[in-house]
Design a protein around this ligand. Structure first.
Ligand code: RNT
Ligand code: ZN
Length: 430
C-alpha cells in the first residue's frame, strides 16, 4: 500500500496537472469538469463471464468451447462458484470509477442440489445475484444462454429444424424474459436482455432460407408473452461468423437489424463481429436514424472474433467519439464482452472497463464544435489539424482527476490490490 504521505503528494500532483489540462481544454472550447461528470454517469455493464471463462454454474458443466466462442488460456485463479465470482467482482468494482451494472447469463443460475434445465429457470434461481446486486446498489442485465447445452450440440437452437429443440429454446427465451422483468422490478432500472444464438454452419448450407424463417418464428413466439417492455428491454445480437460456423450464421447483421426494426427491439453491435476493416463507429449514426437505442458489446478481435480484453485502441476510441459527437450517450447501453483466460481475470476486467470509460471520456473531451465550424466553413485542413492536435491534449490528467473524484486509484496503483488478492485468494484456488 502507498503510504499516506505519498498518497497526499500524488493527489497534489493530480490536482496540479489537472489545473493545466482544464485550461488547455478551455481554450479548445471544452469543459473538463462537465466531461468528467458525464463520463462517470454512463453505466457500464460488466459481463460476469470473464470471471470463470464462460463456463457457467450448471452441474455438470456443459462444456466451455461450445457455440462458436472460446476462452483460451490457463491462468490460475478462475472463479469456481457464484460466491467466488461475487468476491472477485467486489474487488473489480472497487477499482473502477463511475456507474456500473452486472450482466448475467442464464447459466449462472444457482439452483443448489437440484438441476434445473434452462426452460424451467425462474427468478428465484438468481436470488443470490439479486441480493448481492441490491447490496451493491447496481442493476442487473441478462442474457438467455442458447449455447453450451446438449440441445445446442447440433449447432442449431431457435432455428433448428427439430420442433422439440426449437420449443425447448423458445421456452428458455420466455423464461429469461420473465427473469429480466423480475430483475427490473426489484432494482428499479430496466434490465437489458440480449438474445444471441450460435446457430450456423461450418460450410455452405444448401438451405440458407429455412433456418432464417424458423428464427423469425421462434423469436416471435418468445416475444409474444406480455412483459413490460420498459422493464425488460430486448436486444438481438448478430455476427459474421463463429468457430465452426464460418460460412453461415443464421442471425446475421442484416437479419437482426431488420428484425429489431420491425419488432421494436434494440440491435446489439459487438466490436468483434464484423469484417476486420469494417468500422463499427460508422454504423452508429446510420442505425440511430431508425432505432431509438443501441446495445454495444465492447470487445477486441485480433484477426478473428477472439474476444481479447478491450484496450484503448482506435476502434474503441472511434466508437465513443462518434457517439459523443452525436450527443447519443443516452441512446446506447454499454456492455463489456470479452474473455481471456490467459491473464489475471480481475485485471482483465479492470483494464477493459477502464479503457471503455476512458474512451467515453475522450469522446466527451472532443472539441466537436470547433471541428464542425472548420468543416462547415470548408476549411478541411483546419479540421484535420485540430483533430490531430486533439490527440496530443493532456487527457490523462483529466482521467486521473476523474478517478480521484470518484475515490478510486488513479494511474496503475490498482495493480497492488490485484497482486495482493492474487496471493491471498486466487492462489488458493486449485
Ligand atoms: C458471441 C456473442 C455473445 C457472447 C456472450 C457470452 O459471439 O458476442 O455476446 O459473447 O453472450
Ligand atoms: Zn457479444
Amino acid at each position: 500500500m502507498p503510504s499516506k504521505s505519498s498518497r497526499i503528494s500524488q493527489s497534489r500532483r493530480i490536482e496540479q496537472a489537472y489545473r493545466l489540462a482544464r485550461e488547455a481544454y478551455a481554450t479548445f472550447g471544452v469543459d473538463t469538469d462537465a466531461a468528467i461528470k458525464r463520463a462517470l454517469q454512463v453505466p457500464i455493464s460488466l459481463h460476469c463471464w470473464q470471471a470463470d471463462d464462460v463456463r457457467g454454474l450448471e452441474t455438470p458443466v456443459a462444456g466451455r468451447d461450445s457455440g462458436g466462442i472460446m476462452a483460451t488460456g490457463g491462468y490460475p485463479g478462475r472463479a469456481r462458484d457464484g460466491d467466488e465470482m461475487r468476491a472477485d467482482l467486489d474487488l473489480v468494482l472497487k477499482l473502477l470509477p463511475g456507474a456500473q451494472r452486472l450482466n448475467l447469463h442464464a447459466f449462472y443460475a444457482e439452483t443448489g442440489d437440484t438441476a434445473v434445465d434452462r426452460d424451467e429457470l425462474a427468478p428465484e434461481h438468481f436470488s443470490r445475484w439479486l441480493d448481492w446486486a441490491g447490496r451493491r446498489k447496481i442493476g442487473l442485465d441478462f442474457n438467455p444462454t442458447y449455447f453450451a447445452h446438449p440441445r445446442a450440440a447440433s449447432g442449431f437452437t431457435l432455428s433448428s429444424a427439430d420442433k422439440g429443440v426449437r420449443r425447448f429454446w423458445v421456452n428458455h427465451g420466455r423464461a429469461c424474459r420473465r427473469i429480466a422483468e423480475h430483475f427490473a422490478k426489484k432494482q428499479g432500472t430496466p434490465c437489458v436482455i440480449n438474445h444471441w444464438i450460435p446457430d450456423g454452419t461450418k460450410d455452405q448450407p444448401a438451405d440458407r432460407w429455412g433456418p432464417r424463417a424458423r428464427l423469425v418464428e421462434s423469436l416471435d413466439a418468445i416475444l409474444k408473452d406480455k412483459v413490460n417492455t420498459r422493464q425488460c428491454v430486448d436486444a438481438v445480437e448478430g455476427k459474421l461468423f463463429g468457430l465452426g460456423s464460418e460460412d453461415y450464421i443464421v442471425g446475421s447483421h442484416e437479419f437482426y437489424y431488420s428484425y429489431a426494426q420491425s419488432r421494436k427491439l434494440v440491435p446489439c453491435l459487438d466490436l468483434g463481429h464484423y469484417h476486420p476493416t469494417e468500422s463499427v463507429a460508422d454504423k452508429v449514426s446510420a442505425l440511430l436514424q431508425f432505432h431509438p437505442k443501441l446495445l454495444l458489446h465492447t470487445s477486441r478481435p485480433i484477426r478473428w472474433d477472439s474476444d481479447h480484453v478491450v484496450i484503448l485502441n482506435d476502434d474503441t476510441r472511434a466508437l465513443f467519439m462518434e457517439i459523443a459527437r452525436g450527443g447519443a450517450l443516452d441512446r446506447v447501453y454499454v456492455a463489456l464482452d470479452f474473455f481471456d483466460a490467459s491473464i489475471n481475470r480481475i485485471a482483465a476486467y479492470v483494464v477493459g472497463a477502464r479503457a471503455t470509460r476512458q474512451a467515453i471520456l475522450l469522446g466527451l473531451l472532443d472539441p466537436t464544435e470547433l471541428l464542425k465550424m472548420a468543416d462547415n466553413a470548408g476549411r478541411g485542413h483546419e479540421r484535420l489539424a485540430l483533430m490531430e492536435h486533439a490527440k496530443a491534449m493532456p487527457w490523462g490528467a483529466v482521467w486521473d482527476m476523474l478517478c480521484e473524484r470518484d475515490g478510486v486509484p488513479a494511474g496503475e496503483t490498482w495493480l497492488v490490490d490485484v497482486a495482493n488478492y492474487e496471493s491471498e485468494v486466487l492462489s488458493q484456488r486449485r
